[in-house]
Ligand binder design. Structure first.
Ligand code: SF4
Length: 413
């Protein structure tokens, strides 16, 4: 990272008021003024984890990550990586004032190291809750001028900490795109972090919001991205590639379908009729062909589990259109009618041809010469004359342009 880039990046110079002068009934907006940020080789970096409208599933997913694990980031044992000091409302040992204190230090620019801001859950419109004197989601309590207390909304913490953060990361579909709390009938005005901070938001290091969607997300997608960003902040690696929606491109470029363990069934035109069947699940509601996610190749935890791997359909949980554009779940996507019927037509022919080839590849050439398979496990049918002729032509094509002779691969048997 060129030094001049580092020295010219600026952040908010005006810490938010610590008292309750920020009216509870105003939707906080991100600040635009900035001041210099000093970054260099870091030994430590703080991570402030803020929970909005969330079920804590993202936290559970993150602590299940294995490559790298949260533990290895916290212990600072990943080579080249600064030690992560995590301030998490559920995992923290501290409570009360001791837990909230570093949040204030970060807001006031008095932390001993840079910080990243992580949001789990969507950001509600606190003006709605304030009308009845309540709040939707909060962390910590402040004393009003009149001596009464008020919880500090998560939205307000985002507003206070986002301008000074080296990077801002939204984890999970609620934090990225609004998710379930922002679905039709949304009573809270919930929205994702990018919607809340707006197009012009940039972190102190000049980065827009980084989005790692999923409900719940793959924990490794999160820790791997955090690790890549930390290496970038260290000056040890390039800025990872993000797509136009701020998703790590190498993780979300392809669809679920591309790497699905059932994609072969789709291609050969065989489809499950019931949950629990082994074939492709598109006709019982799978949206995998049009959903960007790597769950089928990465698995849920430690390369194990994951929707289609374990019999579940894809309901599009990583997508900005989730859940409304994918509902009602368990109804087949209308677009699949064309593609599955096409697969059925072509697949029926291709499947038969492949079975014929497979039957011959399952034989030693010696067995062809002797016309007998000496297996004690069962009677193996000899191929019909038609199939033998078809396969002869197939092998001729295979050997064309080479010195190979038909059946030469095992002629020494
Ligand atoms: Fe594609 Fe879904 Fe079928 Fe897998 S189960 S092959 S993702 S349509």
């Amino acid at each position: 990272m060129p030094e001049e880039t580092i020295s010219t990046v600026t952040i908010s110079s005006e810490p938010s008021a610590r008292s309750s002068t920020t009216a509870n009934n105003q939707q906080p907006q991100p600040q635009s003024e900035r001041k210099p940020l000093n970054l260099g080789p870091l030994t430590e970096i703080h991570a402030f984890w803020i929970a909005g409208m969330s079920c804590d599933g993202c936290s559970i997913a993150a602590v299940g990550a294995t490559n790298p694990s949260v533990e290895s980031l916290l212990l600072g044992i990943v080579p080249g990586m600064p030690k992560l000091i995590l301030h998490h409302p559920v995992l923290a040992v501290e409570a009360g004032d001791a837990f909230v204190h570093p949040f204030y230090l970060a807001e006031e620019g008095k932390l001993d190291a840079p910080y990243v801001l992580i949001l789990e859950g969507s950001i509600p419109d606190e003006r709605i809750a304030a009308k009845t004197g309540g709040y939707w989601s909060a962390c910590g309590v402040e004393v009003r001028e009149d001596g009464t207390h008020r919880p500090i909304p998560s939205a307000e913490w985002v507003k206070r900490l986002a301008p000074g953060a080296a990077a801002v990361i939204a984890i999970g579909t609620c934090a990225t795109w609004g998710g379930v709390p922002a679905a039709a009938g949304n009573a809270t005005g919930a929205m994702g972090l990018m919607d809340f901070l707006g197009r012009d938001y940039r972190s102190a290091f000049g980065l827009p919001v980084i989005n790692i969607p999923g409900c719940s997300p793959v924990g490794d997608n999160f820790t791997e991205t955090v690790a890549a960003i930390l290496l970038f902040l260290q000056g040890l690696g390039p800025l990872p590639e993000f797509d136009e929606l701020g998703r790590p491109a190498w993780l979300f470029r392809e669809t679920v379908h591309t790497h699905c363990v059932r994609a072969g069934f789709y291609e050969e035109g065989t489809f499950a009729e019931n949950y629990g069947d082994k074939e492709c699940l598109v006709e019982v509601g799978c949206w995998g062909p049009v959903v960007q996610c790597n769950i089928t190749s990465r698995g849920a935890i430690n390369h194990m589990g994951g929707c289609m791997n374990t019999g579940g359909i894809c309901i599009g949980c990583t997508m900005p259109g989730f859940p409304d554009r994918f509902a009602p779940f368990y109804k087949r996507p209308p677009g699949s009618l064309l593609s599955t019927n096409t697969s059925r037509l072509t697949g029926a022919l291709i499947r038969r041809l492949r079975r014929t080839t497979l039957a011959f590849q399952n034989r030693e050439t010696r067995w062809d010469r002797e016309g007998n398979v000496p297996s004690g496990w069962g009677a193996v049918q000899e191929p019909s004359k038609l199939k033998a002729a078809m396969h002869f032509l197939y092998e001729k094509m295979q050997a064309r342009g080479t010195r190979a002779k038909i059946g030469s691969k095992s002629s020494n048997n």
